[in-house]
Design a protein around this ligand. Structure first.
Ligand code: PLP
Length: 438
């Protein structure tokens, strides 16, 4: 009997024993194409020798030094490099161990920022109904995923949720994409007015929505309007790039493509590329200065923040993402998109194929003309995951109720090192899975 407390107590997952390039091997020798990098983590694939060497080199020097006493060379170098590449104005980096921790830190930093400025009222957070920001209590309260949130609702901070920017389902007949984006962005203005601007601390959003909807990019102009509204009301804009950041969408930070910057920006997953657990929160000079000129102490911190070995791994990853490998994402993403459209574009049960870079989603519907989803009891997304896994493809399935609509989605987030031939491998294996399920 296993003594591991697994994610799913009734599942019996295979044992992963090796990884090489885009593949994972289990203990029976079966080979899986890592089509979603777990959950958009393994951007460099498995067994990258440079990252492995960087980790070994750091452990040989010093594996860990507590940030209450020391800083470290890799943390300093990684923060320098991240801020050099980050959107304008984000010039401080707070390292954590993952995405939820980054979001939790962001929420607390936002609150402390206002307190340091003598504004004790601002505490309300607004987010979107189609979102996932992590599983710790603050991050969970912020996310819009009802089934994850509901059991813990009595324990949560107050948040409110506005409409997502979800063109496939939200854009009305006769409305342009731009008009649609402005309309849903203006829900933020209305919600701020409803709550009273003096009470609102932050708006939180994923630039490209990942886990709840399968790679949903915003329409043009949406985030510009969001930024305008936040600035006008002194509401901090927290962008969650935990899944869509670190080159996944074709630029190092997804928000670069919207021409906006955040006050606080969170990254994780691809930052350590799975080689080490690490996340980070980048913040603006203004926010850092408020702390520095105020109490001088951010009332937060975990034992493993700024872990030197994790930072050394992330530094090696970042050097690759800002080089030739990062430049592969846009062209390879276009090829993947074309291949998905060729193979599934006319499929009776495929409602939408979307995304950017190597972050692609397929939405499954029972009726393409009405966009009617399948009955959730059929568990279509889980069935597709199982069938794809059987065929040797690991991809990320999602289902969830968004604005009362149950959706089935598949997320693909393959390693950036993937070849053209491997794109065919993904679509072939996914086709096998579709044939098995439908
Ligand atoms: N934010 C987003 C957008 C995510 O997709 C996730 C994880 O899937 C998180 C936050 C939480 O990150 P972690 O699982 O590393 O805590």
């Amino acid at each position: 009997m296993s003594h591991v407390f697994p994610r799913h107590t009734k599942a019996n997952p295979p044992i992963a024993v090796a990884g090489q390039g885009c593949y994972i091997f289990d203990s029976t020798g079966k080979k899986y194409f890592d089509g979603s990098g777990g959950a958009a983590v393994s951007c460099l694939g498995h067994g990258d020798p440079d990252v492995t060497e960087a980790i070994k080199g750091q452990i040989d020097k010093i594996a860990f030094a507590h940030t209450g006493f020391f800083t470290s060379e890799p943390a300093e170098e990684l923060a320098d490099m991240l801020t050099r590449h980050a959107p304008e104005g984000l010039d401080r980096v707070y390292f954590v161990s993952g995405g939820s921790e980054a979001m939790e830190a962001a929420l607390k930093l936002a609150r402390q920022y206002y307190l340091e400025k003598g504004d004790t009222k601002r505490h309300r957070v607004i987010a979107r109904r189609q979102s996932y920001h992590g599983n710790t209590l603050g991050a969970l309260a912020t996310g819009g995923n009802l089934w994850r949130r509901e059991p813990f609702a009595p324990m949560m901070i107050q948040t409110s949720h506005i409409a997502p920017c979800y063109e496939y389902r939200g854009r009305e007949d006769g409305e342009t994409a731009f008009e649609y984006g402005q309309r849903v962005a203006n829900e933020l203005e209305a919600e701020i007015q409803r709550l009273g601007p003096e009470n609102v601390m932050a708006f939180v959003a994923e630039p490209v929505v990942g886990a709840t909807a399968g790679a949903v990019p915003p329409v043009e102009g949406y985030f510009k309007r969001i930024r305008e509204i936040c600035t006008a009301h002194g509401v901090l804009l927290i962008l969650d790039e935990v899944m869509c950041g670190m080159g996944r969408t074709g630029s190092l930070f997804a928000c670069e493509q919207d021409g906006v910057t955040a006050d606080i920006l969170c990254i994780a997953k691809g930052l350590g590329a799975g080689y080490q657990p690490i996340g980070a929160m980048l913040c603006s000079h203004d926010i850092y200065e408020a702390i520095e000129n105020g109490s001088g102490f951010f009332q937060h911190g975990h034992t493993y923040i700024g872990h030197p070995t994790a930072c050394a791994a992330a530094l090696a990853v970042l050097k690759k993402l800002t080089g030739e490998i990062g430049q592969r994402v846009t062209p390879m993403g276009e090829k993947l998109d074309a291949s998905l459209r060729d193979t599934f574009g006319q499929h009776e049960y495929v409602g939408d194929i979307r995304g950017c870079g190597l972050f692609r989603g397929i939405e499954i519907v029972e009726d393409r003309s009405t966009k009617q989803p399948f009955d959730p009891k059929r568990g279509i997304n889980k069935a597709l995951k199982r069938a794809a896994f059987e065929a040797g493809l690991a991809c990320y399935p999602m289902g969830g109720t968004i604005d009362g609509v149950q959706g089935d989605h598949i997320l693909l987030a393959p390693p950036f090192i993937m070849t053209g031939q491997q794109i065919d491998e993904i679509t072939d294996k996914l086709s096998t899975a579709f044939r098995a399920v439908f």
